[in-house]
Ligand binder design. Structure first.
Ligand code: ZN
Length: 135
């Protein structure tokens, strides 16, 4: 498997507008995109630092994955996303090595990336996303 960089860090927040303020006014970053991902029931806001992005995730539905996460664990770091060359092969490779997958096939995520999640039970408790920029 060929990981190239940390694509983004996903952070679950209760209120996107308030969190954007923190990242902009305190940390001095600039939110360059806000996007709703309907099938994940989230609204996302993106910041860029070097090659890496911060992805803030606000739930649009208490029953969505982020809504449930915040209810259980509160706000905080939700997942880490690695950019990989050849996401389908990477998924097959980790699955063959016994890692439990949440997504057995890549699906379309925010910013038009192909994404797939590995199950935190197999990854030392860190929800792990593999993603690949469409060429
Ligand atoms: Zn993500």
């Amino acid at each position: 498997m060929e990981l190239t960089h940390i694509e983004h860090i996903g952070i679950a927040v209760k209120n996107l507008d308030e969190s954007i303020k923190y990242y902009e006014e305190i940390l001095g970053l600039k939110c360059y995109a806000i996007e709703e991902v309907k099938d994940q029931k989230v609204k996302t806001a993106f910041f860029k630092i070097g090659q890496t992005k911060i992805e803030l995730l606000e739930s649009t539905d208490p029953d969505g994955p982020i809504g449930k996460y915040i209810e259980k664990k509160g706000e905080g770091i939700h997942h880490i996303a690695f950019h990989v060359n050849g996401i389908s092969n990477a998924l097959k490779e980790v699955s063959d090595k016994g890692i439990k997958l949440i997504d057995t096939k890549p699906r379309r995520g925010a910013e038009g990336l192909d994404i797939a999640f590995l199950h935190p039970k197999s990854t030392g408790g860190v929800l792990t996303e593999l993603c690949e920029e469409k060429k």
